[in-house]
Design a protein around this ligand. Structure first.
Ligand SMILES: Nc1ncnc2c1ncn2[C@@H]1O[C@H](COP(=O)(O)OP(=O)(O)O)[C@@H](O)[C@H]1O
Ligand SMILES: [Mg+2]
Length: 274
């Protein structure tokens, strides 16, 4: 699994993309990454690094933000996807769980889950079976299925958002910042569930996270994004042991978190790291 990127099929390929907001603000400056089938790939980086922009570029959600991919290409199974609408993308097998766990607040938890099945035409029985599958991963959602989503906790809303994505029977889930605003124990629980969905259902994940520590414990491969550029990538186990990652992202530095780019020696060291 660790060398999945080299030996297995690549599902998603982002090639050197540039994203500009409002015609002038260059936010992604040539980002490339690839997501192997069956893996959990983490896109790491601090606030404002460009993680959400990258995920939105993949699922073609930048237009409403006045953003545009101005260079590069995004391929899924070798086909260009950056011009597909969201529901065509879902039919291709890719679904995004947005940052901030958007639920329909006035609908119940179960109604929210069922909205995830809207692109399917395989009948009620199959959809009911998947609802049971979602409840088996999230027993808490079963207990809360009749509650109005707006009145459930942040953790339950994150579970609902992931559960709704699963209801579309995706091949790949783009998961944006699942840990945001949640207590550490709950974050761990959500990542555990992501891991079992990955292992048992074979769902591929690309997850964006500021919480490098937890993400690198569950992902197989990681990319570190800083100011719109990938500054390092590698198998998660290697990144966890990398002295620069430890210092800058795992909070093991005495001086607190710094940027790779703040350190003059970084470029020199990086040459023999990669
Ligand atoms: N709609 C927008 N218009 C202009 N700038 C934006 C917009 N959305 C995000 N940005 C800028 O793009 C950069 C990357 O943001 P984002 O992709 O949200 O980062 P992350 O998800 O890593 O926190 C930030 O500097 C942010 O201010
Ligand atoms: Mg973000």
């Amino acid at each position: 699994m660790l060398d999945a990127g080299r030996t297995e099929e690549t599902l998603l390929e982002v090639n050197n993309i540039e994203v500009i907001y409002n015609h002038v603000i260059l936010v992604l400056k040539g980002v490339s990454l690839s997501v192997p089938k069956g893996g959990i790939t983490a896109l790491l980086g601090g606030n404002g690094a460009g993680k959400t922009t990258t995920l939105k570029a993949i699922s073609n959600l930048l237009h409403s933000e006045r953003g545009e991919v101005t260079k590069g290409s995004i391929l899924y199974r070798g086909e260009r996807v950056q011009d597909l609408g969201p529901s065509d993308l879902v039919k291709t097998g890719v679904i995004q769980v947005m940052e901030g766990r958007h639920c329909f607040e006035h609908l119940t938890v179960e109604e929210n889950l069922l909205t995830g099945a809207y692109t399917r035409d395989d009948g009620k029985a199959a959809i009911q079976a998947d609802l049971d599958m979602v409840y088996s991963y999230f027993p808490r959602l079963k207990e809360r299925r009749k509650s109005q989503a707006g009145y459930t906790s942040g953790g339950e809303q994150q579970m609902t958002a992931i559960g709704r994505a699963l209801m579309s029977r995706p091949e790949t889930i783009l998961l944006d910042e699942p840990s945001m605003g949640l207590a550490p124990q709950l974050v761990e629980q959500i990542f555990q569930i992501v891991k079992s969905v990955n292992e048992n259902e074979g769902v591929t994940f690309l997850l964006a996270e500021q919480n490098t520590n937890v993400a690198l414990r569950y992902a197989h491969y990681g990319y570190i994004l800083e100011s719109g550029r990938i500054v390092m990538d590698g198998p998660a186990a290697e990144l966890r042991e990398n002295p620069d990652v430890k210092e800058f992202y795992l909070g093991m530095s005495e001086e607190g978190r710094k940027s790779f780019r703040d350190v003059r020696s970084y470029r020199r060291r990086k040459r023999w790291l990669s």
